[in-house]
Design a protein around this ligand. Sequence first.
Ligand code: DQA
Length: 144
Amino acid sequence: ADILVLNGPNLGRLGTREPDVYGSGTLDALRALLQDDAGDDRIDLRQTDDEAELLRWLHEAADSGAPVILNAGAWTHYSYALRDAVSLVTKAGGTVVEVHLSNPHAREEFRHTSVITAVATGVIAGFGFESYRLALAFIRRNAR
Ligand code: DQA
């Protein structure tokens, strides 16, 4: 089945954006790494800088039941529309694992708040690409 890996704003710049914080791997490298772990499952990895598009993808997941790995970037910290869309998926019985490359709690104060954690299935942060791999391992064992 399909596993959605949804990435929000600025994550298309991975590889060159603050490599000391986010690592030097690109989104294409991440897609390949996850597909390697995914066995029969198909990794559908997407990125958008458009919040409306991310909301539509979450609505799609609510309808299809596809499990979601979500790195919402900075929207994590303040978007109540995003929170409502995540809630819509999990209340429909779907899985949303919130992930972050960095450990937001070790960074600026504004990153210490996530408005989505309370409605997500769980959260994994601080392990670079491993955050996504751990989320995928959880989904493959428990959420399909
Ligand atoms: C991030 C952390 C956010 O605070 C930041 O805005 C990002 C990336 C992470 O993966 O560490 O864009 O979600």
